[in-house]
Design a protein around this ligand. Structure first.
Ligand SMILES: Cc1cc2nc3c(=O)[nH]c(=O)nc-3n(C[C@H](O)[C@H](O)[C@H](O)COP(=O)(O)OP(=O)(O)OC[C@H]3O[C@@H](n4cnc5c(N)ncnc54)[C@H](O)[C@@H]3O)c2cc1C
Length: 372
C-alpha cells in the first residue's frame, strides 16, 4: 500500500510538472510523445504490470488505476501513450507463453500495440476475419486491423487471428514489425491526439511456431478486457476531476447578474452532480481493480466501472464546458480539449452499450436474485 501511495504521488508530480505544460502542444502536433514516454519509463509507468525481474515495476491493477487517474488529469491522450504498454504486458503475461514473456523487458523502451479490431469487426470480436495459415516453421498472417493505438510507433504487436472457423478458432500471435506488416498513416481523430492510431495490414507476416502465444484467443481477449477496463475507467475519472476543478475555479471568479456563477444555484447544481459522479466513478474503478488485483472474477465490476466512469466523464465535461459559456467553446480555454478527449472513453475497450450487455449477462449468470 505504501508503495502504491508513493507511485501515485510520483504520478501526480509527473503529471503536473511534466505533462500539464506540454499537453496542448502534443495535442496540436498529434504525435506520440516520445520524450515524455522515455521520462515516464524511467519512473516505471509504461511497465507497471511487468514483473521486476523482467525490468518492470512489479505492481498490479490497483497501482495502474491510481497512476492512470493522475496522468489523465493532465492529458488523457498522453496518459494513454504512456500506459497502453501495460495492456500489452497483461496480454503477454496472461497468455502464459514463455516466448511472450521474453518480450516483456522490451516494453520499457519500445512501444507495442494490441491488434484486435477490424474494419468489419469491433464490438463483435468473434467476427474477425484475419487468418493464420500454417506453413513450415510457423504461420503466415493475412488480414487488416483498424484503430490500432500506437501502431505507427509499435515495435511488435499482439494480433488476434483465426486458425480455424468460429470463436474457438481464434488465437493470439506475437508479431514483430517487419516484412509482411504494413502500418497505415495515423487516422485523423477527434481527441486524445497524442495517442495516434492506425490501420495494420498483414500480408503474409511470418510468425514462428512459438509466436502463437494463445490458442484460446477469444478467452484471452476477454480476460485482458477485464483487466484493462478499470484503467480506462481511471482515465475517465482523471479527466472528470480535471473538468470539475477547471469549472469550479472559473465559476468562483466569473460573474453574471452581479455575483459569481458559483452562487447561482443552476450552475452550482451542475458542479455538485459532477462531484457525485466523480466520487462514485472512482469507487467503482477501485473496486474493479481491487478484484483484479486479488485474482477474483471482475467482468461485472470492470464493465460497470468502465461504462459509469466514461458516461460520467462525457456528461460532466459537457456540463463543465457549459459553465464556461462561450469561452468553453474556445481552444484557448481548457474545456474544448477535455470535451474532445472524453468521447472515445465511451468507445474503446468496448463501447458503453457493450458494457451494459456484459452487466446484464453477468447479472443473469450469477443469478444473484436466488440468494435473497
Ligand atoms: C481512438 C481509438 C483507439 C482504439 N484503439 C484500439 C486498439 O488499440 N486495439 C484495438 O483492437 N481496437 C482499438 N479501437 C477499436 C475499438 O475498440 C472499437 O472501435 C470498439 O470496440 C467499437 O467497435 P466498432 O468501432 O467496430 O463499432 P461497432 O461494433 O460497429 O458498433 C457501432 C455502434 O453499435 C453499437 N452496438 C454494436 N453491437 C451492439 C449490440 N449488440 N447491442 C447494442 N449496441 C451495439 C456499439 O455500441 C456502437 O455504438 C480503438 C478505437 C478508437 C476510436
Amino acid at each position: 500500500m505504501d508503495l502504491e501511495r508513493s507511485i501515485r504521488e510520483l504520478a501526480r508530480r509527473f503529471a503536473r510538472e511534466r505533462i500539464l505544460p506540454q499537453a496542448r502542444s502534443w495535442d496540436q502536433e498529434a504525435r506520440f510523445p516520445w520524450p515524455l514516454f522515455r521520462e515516464a519509463a524511467r519512473l516505471g509507468f509504461p511497465v507497471l504490470l511487468v514483473p521486476e525481474e523482467l525490468g518492470g515495476t512489479g505492481l498490479g491493477p490497483r497501482a495502474l488505476v491510481l497512476v492512470a487517474e493522475e496522468l489523465a488529469y493532465a492529458c488523457t491522450g498522453v496518459a494513454a501513450a504512456l500506459l497502453l504498454n501495460n495492456l500489452v504486458a497483461d496480454a503477454l503475461l496472461l497468455s502464459g507463453s514463455p516466448y511472450a514473456r521474453g518480450f516483456l523487458p522490451r516494453l520499457r523502451e519500445e512501444v507495442a500495440s494490441y491488434a484486435l479490431t477490424e474494419p468489419h469487426a469491433g464490438s463483435d470480436v468473434a467476427a474477425i476475419g484475419t487468418r493464420a495459415e500454417k506453413v513450415g516453421g510457423g504461420y503466415r498472417l493475412y488480414g487488416r486491423k483498424t484503430w490500432i493505438s500506437h501502431a505507427p510507433e509499435a515495435a511488435f504487436f499482439v494480433v488476434f487471428a483465426k486458425v480455424a472457423e468460429g470463436r474457438e478458432g481464434m488465437a493470439a500471435f506475437l508479431v514483430e514489425r517487419g516484412v509482411g506488416v504494413e502500418v497505415g498513416p495515423p487516422l485523423p481523430k477527434l481527441g486524445q491526439k497524442a495517442s495516434p492510431a492506425a490501420e495494420v495490414y498483414l500480408d503474409g507476416a511470418f510468425v514462428p511456431e512459438e509466436g502463437l502465444i494463445a490458442r484460446e484467443g477469444f478467452a484471452l481477449a476477454m480476460r485482458v478486457f477485464n483487466r484493462s477496463r478499470p484503467m480506462v475507467a481511471a482515465l475517465a475519472v482523471g479527466l472528470l476531476r480535471r473538468a470539475l476543478e477547471e469549472a469550479l475555479a472559473y465559476a468562483a471568479i466569473r460573474e453574471a447578474f452581479g455575483k459569481p456563477l458559483l452562487e447561482h444555484e443552476g450552475v452550482g447544481f451542475k458542479l455538485a452532480e459532477m462531484y457525485m459522479d466523480l466520487e462514485a466513478a472512482r469507487l467503482l474503478t477501485l473496486k474493479a481493480a481491487e478484484r483484479a488485483e486479488e485474482g477474483e472474477e471482475n467482468a461485472l465490476e470492470a464493465a460497470t466501472a468502465k461504462s459509469f466512469a466514461a458516461d460520467a466523464a462525457v456528461r460532466g465535461v459537457s456540463e463543465a464546458l457549459q459553465v464556461f459559456g462561450g469561452n468553453g467553446y474556445s481552444e484557448e480555454y481548457p474545456l474544448a480539449k477535455l470535451y474532445r478527449d472524453a468521447k472515445v472513453l465511451q468507445i474503446y475497450e468496448g463501447t458503453s452499450e457493450i458494457q451494459r450487455l456484459i452487466i446484464l449477462r453477468e447479472l443473469a449468470r450469477r443469478r444473484i436474485w436466488e440468494n435473497r
